[in-house]
Design a protein around this ligand. Sequence first.
Ligand code: FE
Length: 414
Amino acid sequence: MERVLTNLRLVTLSSETSANNNGYQIIEDGMVGITNGKIMFVGSASDSPLACHNDLHGHPDVIDCGNALVTPGLIDCHTHLIFAGNRANEFEQRLNGMPYEEIAKRGGGIVSTVQATREATEDELYQLAIKRLDGLKRDGVTTIEIKSGYGLTLDDELKMLRVARRIGDMSDIKVSTTLLAAHAVPPEYKNRADDYIDYVCQHIIPAAVEQGLADYVDVFCEGIGFSTQQCQRVFETAKDYGLGIKGHTEQLSNLGGSALAARMGATSVDHIEHLDHDGVAALAANDTVATLLPGAYYFLRETQRPPIEHLRKLQVPMAISTDFNPGTSPIASLRTMMNMACTFFRLTPEECLRGVTCNAAQALGLEASRGKISVGMEADLALWDIDTPAELSYRLGVPDLIARIVDGEIFDAK
Ligand code: FE
């Protein structure tokens, strides 16, 4: 082994089932052995081959972690991290009494973000995004999903995805990319949504695939977005090109987009405040993750909560994510989302931890390699100066993170 971490309390989450409450699976006085960025040994120090035989072949780097609590590195599985501009002015205008229609008439709303993003260079978008990313890293995030969706032209969507891939080239963060060209009807296609979907399917998806820029394709299935028929066309095209699919579904109304996405093989459906029992059954039948986005629920002051009890009953895995975006969730803190999932949705702290680790990994199709601490997994970990895992959901604003470990490399939080 190249590196051995000792004196740990390991929150392994290593149970094989995908339900939301199987215990934290904690190992006290734990030890982790790492080779080539992968976990080669997990156990208590007394079980370790090193402890038994004092066998330090290859002189591994042994690090005493001072009884730190260790979780899998956190995974933020739904973000819109890349965009230019800022909607704080709209936030202020609304709180000063200006109606949304007036703000939209003055060029506000998503159109303002699209315009600013189109005008920005890749370098500008990159610099803006890595500052936001720092907030997530402070919460122990080691993997992040990043969506396009503010370009809405072939060139601008690919520009956003190139920036996302460039962020993934950093050694201390892993990025999954998602093409969200079907985010909104761009101004050039006003009242011609079907024509825009043709453009997405015939030009943008093929180009993103050809250039290796997208892992997933996403849609906004909603009255103010795209119909289930339009979303189905996008999903069919994505699948023809070998891409995974996921959806923004049942956020504001119940159109059946979640069930459609699940039946077509989506790894996750996201938001789902208005999901009905048939929709939950479709997720359960297709092993689709329900991704909860409490930041948007909070920021929009929603009152309709996702069907948590029914998701639990049918053992649908729940993920939690920031949905970081300028319009409805400008909050770059995954731990804040864990806290909100507890306070608003009544999730348990254990469900929240699974929601930002193993279940978030499943939402990205990465459950075989990330999200738990077990042999064979990638060595992505977060070391915390806390006593119990519940503190991750309980407390906000205290810098509890000691370090993140990505592929076995240590990145100190300070
Ligand atoms: Fe979103």
